[in-house]
Design a protein. Structure first.
Length: 263
């Protein structure tokens, strides 16, 4: 089988524990690109959080952002696919956030909004490469469309919030860091976004590789012809993958590229 596309998560996958892309992983990606492989980033981050690595990756292919809620071109930020939270669901998550009082970060039209710019929001905005704006009209913001809501708090509180939330209607949520709880439309997924890109490029799922380290990567790992989990992934993800590569601190993505794309 000749694979034509590889999709990789960022945090815990492409990035090492220091949030860097190593020289070996960068070189492997560039070799794959020269071989004609489509290399896709599939992340829970915004496009700004991907662009900060643009000098290393130099990718032209569309980026799956917000855990599959948006696909956007990196050069001109043209939106190819968008699946916002339903307005009622977004308003409910915001209401819960105001009640429980984590730092509430809201992504709308690729801009970051919050109710109060405190230390947590400042730290998160810096990691995302953006400047946050204070919300003026909450209802208007929801009507414009919300791609993602993130709660930032202590890890123990995030665990408690997940138990208290149960299963909100038409909403999916996951932790991407122990202190981040992220909310998306219930029908948005990296697997769904990969399906869109398959049609966009004319590539069959059997010709795709998907690599990730978290349960939010499961949909694309199960969708792709070759689903790969990182060595640092939880056991539940490894058990449902076709192959387990090396951990992110040992260039696991480069290992996949060398083994399956450049033989």
């Amino acid at each position: 089988m000749r694979y034509k596309l590889i999709a990789a998560d960022m945090d815990g996958t492409l990035l090492d524990s220091h949030k860097n892309i190593t020289d070996r992983t960068s070189a492997a990606i560039h070799r794959a690109l020269r071989a004609g492989v489509v290399v896709v980033i599939a992340t829970g981050r915004s496009i700004q959080g991907v662009e900060k690595y643009g000098g290393v990756l130099r990718l032209d292919s569309p980026v799956i952002t917000y855990n599959g809620a948006m696909i956007i071109t990196p050069r001109d930020r043209r939106i190819l696919y968008r699946k916002d939270l339903e307005p009622r669901a977004a308003a409910e998550i915001i209401r819960w956030g105001k009640k429980l009082a984590p730092a509430v970060c809201i992504w709308s039209e690729n801009r970051l909004y919050t109710f109060e710019i405190d230390e947590k929001v400042t730290r998160y905005a810096a990691s995302s490469g953006v400047r946050p704006a204070v919300i003026g009209d909450e209802d208007a913001l929801v009507r414009r469309g919300v791609s993602k809501i993130l709660w930032y708090d202590e890890a123990q509180k995030i665990e408690r919030y997940q138990r208290e939330l149960g299963k909100p209607e038409n909403v999916s949520f996951c932790t991407t860091e122990p202190y981040y709880l992220e909310f998306f439309d219930g029908h948005a997924s990296k697997g769904g976004a990969l399906d869109f890109l398959g049609k966009y490029y004319g590539i069959d799922p059997s010709e795709m590789i998907a690599v990730g380290d978290g349960m939010n990567d499961l949909s694309m790992i199960e969708y792709a012809g070759l689903g790969v989990s990182m060595g640092n992934a939880p056991e539940g993800l490894k058990e449902r993958s076709d192959f387990v590569t090396l951990p992110n601190d040992e260039d696991g993505v480069a290992h996949v590229i060398d083994r399956y794309l450049l033989r």
